[in-house]
Design a protein around this ligand. Structure first.
Ligand code: ZN
Length: 501
């Protein structure tokens, strides 16, 4: 087969795989939104059928031929960026599925279910030893699988790069250390500051329907286009992508702060998802770069924009009009309250400053386990020690510590760094954005999101998955991963809120 013909086939195969991905996403949405209990059994079969099609395509002799053919080509010699990305993402999908023996993947799926059940029991009994054997086997299996995927890269880096964002372990370790030190230095200054922030008014009860209407008002004003999106309501907010111009978010408005900022977060994922250009959409590169970079987009909207002074200069009068809870709350008190820093044991509840430490802790422990620096018996103690060392607080039991989160039990090892990586990307993007559009925040204060959205679309969103995260951050900022900008941003913002200088 010629290069052109092979490329054409890869494009057709990628299209089929993308259709299957979208069908699966629809299944998931329906599972949360409408699937009745007794419909579940048949649905499982449907889902199994569809997933089977995808693995049939990936395992076909033609796909194997094509993967072999393109593995020998140096991708950097391909001039057309779209073609290059189509081949890169095709090979990535291939390597992460076909190279792994079927029985290993099967065991991983079974083990994840077993581990989740054990985790729930362990969490209820606050007893890590129930979960320990499953966790150990999960780590060992993931390690083994990584060696099948790419024996030439560090196994942990292979796990981290499942998203395909082009991560380099060494680079991440270097930047995480810098960020960790900077936050560890900043937090005690904040906790010792004389500024005391009262955020009790945020914890009052709010009418759920009023709150939903307010968060819709916010995200639509920000650019969440309901011709390309929709809303659902669930316990844990998420974003689901069904097509290049169909990306929907879910809301949970049981409390004010969580309701508002989770919605902005998910809308950030969604806007990134549906803003691919025509070529990107047609090549099935829509949806954006997964992993840390996507998280970076959602966190950028949630925090760097959504918790800024200018953002609320526009939205707070509206909030005051809608909610009597804010009747006697000044703008400054509100702004400080949404940005209050308080070290906690859980990432979900964390503020913008301490947030990054939670993924860093888990990321460090994962590597220590894999390198054999600590063993699975020592893990809970190591976890608690790190929390004490970095955040100054110590979990009282396993449930508050090592068992607090579902990720590990779901088999996700080498994933947690995404959340902190997202913050680092955000710092770099902010710095570049401010140079290119110096009045971007002033316009947001007037309710004009166009300059912001135009820049984001033009420089990031339109490209979908066309570039890896490492490539795009270099394209826009001229630099590789660099935590300095996020550190400067945190210091600047929180020195001002807590009057540290
Ligand atoms: Zn997210």
């Amino acid at each position: 087969m010629t290069y052109e013909k092979s490329l054409q086939r890869v494009k057709e195969i990628s299209t089929e795989l993308s259709y299957i991905r979208a069908i699966n996403a629809l299944f998931m949405w329906d599972q949360w939104m409408g699937l009745p209990k007794e419909g579940n059994e048949y649905r499982q079969k449907l889902q199994g059928y569809v997933v089977g099609k995808s693995s049939e395509i990936l395992n076909s002799s033609e796909t194997k031929e094509l993967a072999k053919y393109f593995s020998k080509i140096d991708l950097d010699t391909i001039e057309n960026d779209i073609d290059k990305a189509v081949i890169r993402t095709f090979l990535h999908k291939f390597n992460y599925s076909v190279n792994v023996p079927v029985e290993k993947n099967k065991r991983l799926a079974e083990l994840s279910l077993e581990a989740q059940n054990a985790w729930i029991k362990a969490l209820n009994e606050k007893n890590y030893s129930i979960f320990k054997p499953y966790l150990k086997e999960l780590f060992e299996l993931r390690l083994e699988i990584s060696k099948y995927i790419d024996p030439n890269r560090p196994p942990f880096e292979v796990m981290m790069d499942e998203s395909g964002e082009g991560i380099c372990l060494e680079e991440v370790n270097r930047e995480f250390s810098k960020l960790r030190e900077a936050i560890i230095e900043l937090v005690p200054k904040i906790t010792k500051s004389t500024v005391e922030i009262d955020d009790s008014f945020l914890k009052q009860s709010f009418d759920k329907d009023e709150l939903i209407s307010f968060v819709k008002f916010i995200v639509e004003k920000m650019g969440y286009d309901i011709n390309k999106g929709a809303y659902g309501e669930v316990i844990h907010p998420f974003t689901n992508m069904f097509g290049p111009k169909d990306v929907r978010i879910t809301l949970n408005c049981k409390s004010y702060k969580f309701g508002v900022f989770a919605a902005i977060h998910e809308a950030g994922h969604a806007m990134y998802g549906f803003r691919g250009n025509k070529e990107v959409d047609e090549a099935q590169l829509w949806g954006g770069i997964m992993g840390g970079f996507h998280e970076g987009q959602s966190r950028f909207h949630e925090n760097i924009i959504g918790k800024s002074k200018e953002f609320w200069q526009y939205f707070y009068p509206e909030a005051q009009k809608r909610f009597k809870q804010f009747e006697n709350v000044s703008f400054d008190d509100y702004y400080n309250a949404i940005n209050k820093v308080q070290p906690s044991l859980s990432r979900i509840l964390a503020d913008e400053v301490t947030y990054s430490l939670h993924p860093i802790i888990r990321f460090e422990l994962e590597q220590e386990l894999i390198d054999g620096k600590i063993n699975f018996d020592e893990l809970p103690q190591a976890w608690n020690d790190k929390y004490y060392e970095y955040l100054g607080i110590r979990p009282e039991n396993d449930a508050e510590g090592v068992l607090q989160d579902i990720h590990w039990s779901a088999g996700m090892v080498g994933y947690f760094q995404s959340y902190t990586l997202g913050n680092i990307y955000g710092g770099q993007i902010r710095n570049t954005l401010l140079k290119a559009v110096p009045n971007v925040y002033d316009e947001i204060a007037k309710g004009n999101f166009d300059p912001f959205n135009n820049w984001m679309t033009e420089n990031i969103h339109q490209y979908g998955e066309c570039y890896t995260a490492s490539e795009i951050i270099k394209r826009i900022s001229g630099e590789s991963l660099n935590a300095d900008y996020f550190i400067d941003y945190l210091n600047e913002k929180y020195n001002s809120i807590y009057k540290l200088k």
